[in-house]
Design a protein. Structure first.
Ligand SMILES: Cc1ncc(COP(=O)(O)O)c(C=O)c1O
Length: 427
């Protein structure tokens, strides 16, 4: 099989995500992947600078995760989780609660990031209702992204994804967020005063405030300060509004600590986790919350949280997630990432003062910058030039980012940094 043969068969039947299909003359079928590298059917290799949509944190074909899933498959792949259970999900729940720490003590499972966001939104709204409060609004940060299902899309603020669906979204209000993008700067004070006025006018109607802690990834890798999040969350809590942290993209060490909220010094009511949870092997997600929220749902059947997904608590995914936690424990990933992110910074440092680069920034294992004074569409086209040079890059508008699997080698980082600099020089 060649790329061309498979590409033709693919395009005959597959409607690709997040794509204008008429842009595609061909797609790239991947035959095999290992570590930070993808290999296509013609034998060409690409460094996965985006961790395959930010899920693959511990390397493609990671042996320990693959083995754990295969062993689990020999025993039990899936069992209904309503009233039944299995060892892998019990062990995982204990470990996640311990890793996040008190007061997180209850896990509700889903099978993708958007589902986790839906679960947290519904739980917060429902909990308020059980307490006799009708609060039909949600609050989010401008420039945020929380997924594509109707509820998750409603609480996001990346316009391009929402444009066509205005008529069917649920009610959400967006408050300003600090940004250092050229021509679009918002200071921390300005953002907090916007929040204060929203809380004054609408606070009593808002069930929950949802935010991506430390990095708004799909929002062009905007990185507000931990202190902004802390102040904003405290204001929100004072208005008796629940706080949901969406750690779907930033959890599992991406920001330099196991959980991004560890750097903020604020403990939310709900945390949504997905993507890295199985190292990119299985679709899976979980919402963690505390006993006090959980207890509100106890009593008559009519008080129960009746949300469910068929694959909730999937045993293969749970086994994969346990293997991911084993690797974090045994292989000192957070510590290793500290020196890896310093190496990444050093390799990209020459871009910091480049005349086409603005807002050079890094948080843990994410490095990003915006390109300015470059021809229209040239950043979008970098994606195709990068492929020719053996790199998978997906710039977000004018933002170029580097967010590789944590197993990427020094040589691969240096190669990627060199190629990216050359591409920018040539724009
Ligand atoms: C912060 C955040 N929340 C939610 C989602 C949605 O997750 P999924 O694509 O698995 O539905 C994403 C996906 O990129 C995300 O980055």
């Amino acid at each position: 099989m060649t790329n061309a043969e498979l590409s033709k068969r693919d395009l005959a039947h597959i409607w690709h995500p997040c794509s204008q299909m008429s842009d595609y003359d061909e797609i790239i079928p991947i035959k095999q992947a290992y570590g930070a590298v993808l290999r296509d059917f013609d034998g060409k290799e690409y460094i996965d600078c985006v961790s395959s949509w930010w899920v693959n944190i511990l390397g493609h074909s990671n042996e320990r995760i693959a083995k754990a899933i295969a062993n689990q498959a020999d025993k039990l792949a899936q069992v209904i989780l309503a009233g039944f259970s299995h060892e892998a999900i019990i062990k995982l729940s204990e470990r996640l609660c311990a890793s996040l720490g008190a007061p997180f003590n209850k896990c509700f499972y889903g099978d993708n990031g958007s589902a986790a966001v839906e679960i947290a939104l519904k739980m917060s709204y429902h909990k308020n209702k059980l307490q006799g409060l009708e609060k039909p609004l949600f609050l989010n940060l401008k420039n945020s992204y929380h997924g594509e299902t109707i509820g998750a899309l409603s609480v996001g603020d990346v316009e391009i994804y929402k444009l066509s669906y205005g008529g069917i979204l649920i009610n959400a209000i967006s408050t300003k967020v600090p940004m250092s993008f050229k021509d679009n700067e918002v200071s921390e004070d300005e953002a907090l005063s916007d929040l204060a006025s929203i809380l004054k006018d609408y606070g009593h109607k808002i069930s929950a405030f949802i935010a991506e802690p430390l990095i708004q990834c799909a929002g062009n890798m905007n990185m507000p300060s931990p202190s902004f999040y802390k102040k904003a969350c405290e204001m929100v809590k004072n208005a008796r509004i629940d706080v949901i942290f969406d750690e779907i993209a930033v959890g599992f060490g991406r920001t330099g600590t196991m959980w991004a909220f560890n750097q903020i010094g604020f403990v939310p009511d709900f945390i949504c986790i997905s993507k890295g949870i199985t190292g990119g092997f299985m679709p899976f997600s979980v919402v963690l919350t505390n006993d006090s929220i959980y207890n509100e749902f106890l009593g008559d059947f009519s008080r129960a949280f009746l949300h469910s997904h068929s694959y909730t608590g999937n045993a293969l995914a749970a086994a994969g997630a346990n293997a991911v936690l084993d690797i974090f424990e045994d292989e000192n990933i957070i510590e290793k990432n500290r020196s890896l992110s310093a190496f990444i910074l050093a390799e990209f440092a020459s871009l910091k003062n480049h005349k086409k680069v603005h807002n050079f920034r890094q948080c843990g294992m994410v490095l990003a910058f915006d390109l300015i004074n470059v021809p229209k569409n040239s950043v979008k086209n970098m994606r195709f030039e990068a492929l020719k040079r053996g790199l998978v890059l997906r710039p977000l508008e004018n933002c170029v980012y580097f967010m590789p699997p944590y197993v990427i080698s020094h040589e691969q980082i240096s190669y990627a940094a060199r190629q990216i600099k050359q591409m920018i020089d040539e724009l």
